[in-house]
Design a protein around this ligand. Structure first.
Ligand SMILES: [Zn+2]
Ligand SMILES: [Zn+2]
Length: 246
């Protein structure tokens, strides 16, 4: 998975070979940024593009986190991250409805306003005005409940207020770009996996998924971009209270 948000779209899978078998895409060796160890690219051109678009403004902060978290032994390796994304992709294929049901503009049942509670008022900011009011994100959450809880249609603006504005804001420009991509491309949806890290920290693994209705069952959703953030466990404690079940 290339970190460049403008990484070229894959060509639609075409049957090839004598029996019309799907050809598996060749494995691409990713190069990870050698100073922050946080983003990876499939090619030099993707790395250069992303440096211009985002990474030149993030890399110093990400490098500091890398060093701090290495020192505290709380750094998650690229291998762990890849495993988390593969797991989220499998869950999306197993548990999410076909993409047309997850588009902005679909009714989200049982939505009420969340009571606002500030975890860190100094860093609080309101959700971007530009969110489509019906934009949604799917959550796979191992923290707020006993075991996995999934929410397929969680209101994005509410989730931003409840969680995103309190965790690693440096990722925000990338994530906002993914939200824009989702709002204009009918084949894109967003998911976040919330994993327990320790008693006080959670890992928030954000992924932008592309849906291909023609792909075989179990492979229709594919992760195309991701962001890995850590945040206080407390931000997830009450995000569901005011919302009905899916
Ligand atoms: Zn790329
Ligand atoms: Zn970097």
């Amino acid at each position: 998975m290339c970190s460049n948000l403008k990484h070229p779209k894959p060509k639609p899978a075409a049957p090839s070979g004598p029996f019309g078998m799907m050809q598996k895409a060749p494995e691409v060796v990713l190069r990870t940024c050698s100073s922050c160890h946080t983003v990876s690219y499939c090619s030099k051109s993707c790395q250069e593009q992303d440096w211009k678009d985002f990474h030149s403004r993030e890399c110093a902060t990400f490098s500091k986190w890398y060093k701090d978290r290495k020192a505290q032994n709380t750094w998650t390796s690229a291998k762990v991250r890849r495993g988390q994304l593969a797991y989220l992709e499998d869950l999306a294929n197993e548990m999410l409805p076909p993409l047309p049901d997850l588009r902005p503009g679909r009714t989200v049942a049982g939505v009420r306003q969340l009571s606002s509670r500030s975890h860190n008022p100094s860093s609080a900011k309101s959700p971007p005005e530009s969110y489509h009011p019906d934009s949604i994100i799917s959550l796979f959450d191992w923290v707020s409940h006993e075991g996995l809880a999934s929410r397929c249609k969680y209101p994005l603006a509410a989730y931003h207020r409840a969680c995103w504005q309190y965790i690693n804001l440096e990722w925000d420009p990338r994530i906002q770009q993914c939200v824009k991509d989702m709002e204009k491309d009918p084949n894109i949806t967003l998911v976040e996996g919330i994993f327990m890290y320790n008693a006080s920290l959670s890992m928030f693994v954000f992924a932008k998924l592309r849906y291909d209705a023609e792909a075989p069952v179990g492979q229709k959703y594919r992760v195309v971009n991701s962001a890995f953030r850590m945040g206080p466990r407390s931000v997830t404690e009450e995000i569901y209270g005011a919302y009905g079940e899916d």
